[in-house]
Ligand binder design. Structure first.
Ligand code: NAD
Length: 454
């Protein structure tokens, strides 16, 4: 069932009814339609606070995106579409006051669906180098940004933190992440931390649009839901997509594949022999693969005391064992090409646990640990491994939930609503792009800043 309050809350007669009943109507989120756009800052009001990053790096990025920034604050009557705060120069508790000054002046003047990005430093591997107060000041920014995210969510606005290793960050490292975070593709991404690892190789600024031309991508569980949306988004950026799903879902899978000029591959990920089947297919038809999206997943919810052993085994096998088995074989066979991208579907249940989901949450937490370790193994070949953890997303999987659990799932996010399969697909597509080379071993949530596990 669709979100009744969101659907009717913006219709003229209904809005006042909800107001009288004291029900908050969720904001309407502006989402990306079609493929990535280039000049996304054209005509937008961008306000920035400069810090230790070379100001020309940021101004060149605004230029590239078709905009320019005003320093510190807007005229009283204006609304800001983008706020960017460079916090990399903050080293003391006293200097945190600059956050107060900037956001106190600007947070009340945001346009609907505004984007806020704060850039800070990744904790130092040897904290004594920077000193304890400096580490504390940088970490404070994390709590600050997550709190602002909760305060401005009702406007459909988002806040994300980008952490860089040092202030000498380059345009080519920062550009793709800022492009994504300023864009409509990140509508349901808020209160997240994107760490940019400077060892990820990006030869030059890589625009996001059409960046997957010539790439081969395989998406498991792509006959419907998040997998289908991902297959469509990857194809929209130029990739040739193999839609994989179970043999019994062939009809739906073929329809998706045909509509995006892709291929359909019937394989049941729960079967051990599927890894070999996938490997042989990719080698024979495409001589390898660039992008591998492990999306197929199932739930079999029961409390641990009442759970059948077969439901434990089934969920562990499909959600975790199958993807490790498949990656092991594809990597051993050299099927995943250099500069490849692996994205696995985790869940916010993997962070916080969930009633009746011991099996599911174990697999989704397992994925968080898996990509972290795999990323290090694959870094030499410039292959990245990341995970995306959706919050409450409106798909067939969540449609099965009891009504009140569903309503709760929607209202617990900062944006006061559930996400769409396309929101998750946009993040997966971004992580699959060449420009995301600096993001590796991370699990990023697409949850609207859901309180659960935050
Ligand atoms: P869905 O049930 O709508 O779709 C899952 C797809 O996977 C289906 O097409 C199904 O046929 C396929 N699949 C299942 N078992 C398979 C197998 N053994 N072999 C091949 N394909 C198989 O699910 P969804 O909501 O789109 O979720 C996709 C992924 O996102 C899952 O991993 C899920 O755990 C994760 N996730 C979803 C949500 C959400 O709110 N929907 C939240 C967190 C995480």
């Amino acid at each position: 069932m669709a979100d009744f309050i969101l659907e009717y809350g913006h219709k003229p007669g209904w809005k006042s009814v909800f107001n009288v009943l004291g029900i908050t109507v969720p904001p309407r989120l502006k989402r990306l339609k079609g493929s990535w756009k280039k000049q996304i800052l054209a005509g937008k009001k961008v306000v920035t606070a400069t810090g230790a990053i070379n100001a020309s790096v940021l101004s060149n990025i605004y230029d590239e995106l078709g905009g320019h920034a005003i320093i510190n604050s807007l005229p009283a009557e204006d609304r800001a579409d983008v706020l960017l705060f460079d916090a990399t120069g903050i080293e003391t508790v006293a200097q945190l006051k600059s956050l107060y000054d900037f956001f106190h002046a600007n947070a009340g003047k945001l346009a609907n669906n505004a984007r806020i990005v704060i850039i800070s430093l990744t904790p130092s591997p040897s904290p004594r180098e920077r000193g304890a107060e400096s580490e504390a000041a940088q970490q404070a920014i994390d709590g600050f940004s997550r709190s602002v995210a909760k305060e401005i969510g009702r406007k459909g606005a988002t806040v994300n933190l980008v952490r860089i290793e040092n202030k000498n960050v380059t345009e080519k490292q920062l550009f793709p992440v800022l492009h994504f975070l300023f864009s409509e593709a990140s509508a349901f991404v808020t209160a997240q931390v994107f760490r940019i690892n400077s060892s990820g190789t990006i030869p030059q600024i890589v625009p996001l649009e059409n960046s997957l031309a010539g790439k081969i991508a395989l998406v498991t569980g792509a006959a419907r839901g998040i997998g289908e949306a991902t297959a469509r988004k990857l194809a929209a950026e130029g990739a040739t997509v193999i839609v994989l799903d179970r043999p019994e879902d062939s009809e739906a899978g073929k329809k998706v594949a045909d509509s995006i000029n892709g291929k359909f591959l019937a394989a049941d990920m729960s079967k051990e022999e599927s890894a070999q089947l996938i490997n042989d297919y990719l080698k024979k038809e495409f001589n390898g693969v660039d992008i591998l999206i492990h999306n197929a997943g199932i739930t079999r919810d029961k409390t641990i005391a009442k759970m059948d052993e077969k439901y434990w085994d089934m969920v562990l096998n499909v959600n975790l064992q199958a993807l490790i088995r498949t990656n092991n074989l594809l990597l051993k066979s050299g099927t995943i090409r250099n500069n490849g991208r692996i994205v696995c579907l985790s869940s916010i249940s993997g962070f916080s646990g969930n009633f009746g989901q011991t099996n599911y949450a174990a697999t989704k937490a397992g994925i968080i640990g898996y990509v972290k370790a795999l990323a290090e193994e694959l870094a030499a070949n410039n292959i990245t491994a990341n995970a995306v953890a959706p919050g409450f997303i409106e798909t067939k999987m969540t449609a099965k939930m009891p009504l009140f659990t569903k309503m709760g799932g929607r209202r617990l996010s900062n944006l006061n609503q559930g996400g769409l399969a396309e929101d998750v697909a946009d993040m997966i597509t971004f992580l699959s792009s060449p420009g995301a080379a600096g993001i590796n071993g991370q699990t990023l949530r697409v949850c609207g800043g859901s309180y659960i596990g935050a």
